[in-house]
Ligand binder design. Structure first.
Ligand SMILES: [Zn+2]
Ligand SMILES: [Zn+2]
Length: 109
């Protein structure tokens, strides 16, 4: 887990399609995450997804890995997101928490 995080660098441009932070990926980019399921868009198989992911500087795949390694799972309950077990069928990766952990680590060197 330490290696993964040390490894993380915010990238101004997508390594595959070259788009910059805040802009949408180009068609066929292997670094674009599906906005529906969160997996790699070119291989996830979802159909009719209109919205595109914008490049955030951190590959979504890496954040999913961090969630799995650090057990960051969440689910919607009573009008809010709460921590959940990975075994919970309603749980999903807590990307927000993974992102803030990464940002903190990067800010602190
Ligand atoms: Zn891209
Ligand atoms: Zn999908």
């Amino acid at each position: 887990m330490a290696i993964l995080i040390k490894d993380m660098k915010k990238r101004e441009y997508c390594h595959d399609c070259g788009t910059s932070i805040g802009l949408e990926h180009a068609d066929g980019c292997d670094n674009e995450a599906c906005t529906e399921c969160g997996l790699q868009k070119i291989s996830c198989g979802c159909e009719g997804v209109d919205s595109r992911e914008r490049w955030s500087g951190i590959p979504r795949m890496r954040m999913l890995q961090i969630c799995e390694e650090q057990d960051l799972y969440t689910k919607w309950s009573d009008g809010g997101w709460v921590s959940a077990d990975r075994d919970d069928p309603e749980s999903m990766h807590d990307l927000n928490r993974a992102a803030s952990i990464l940002m903190n680590r990067m800010a602190n060197g």
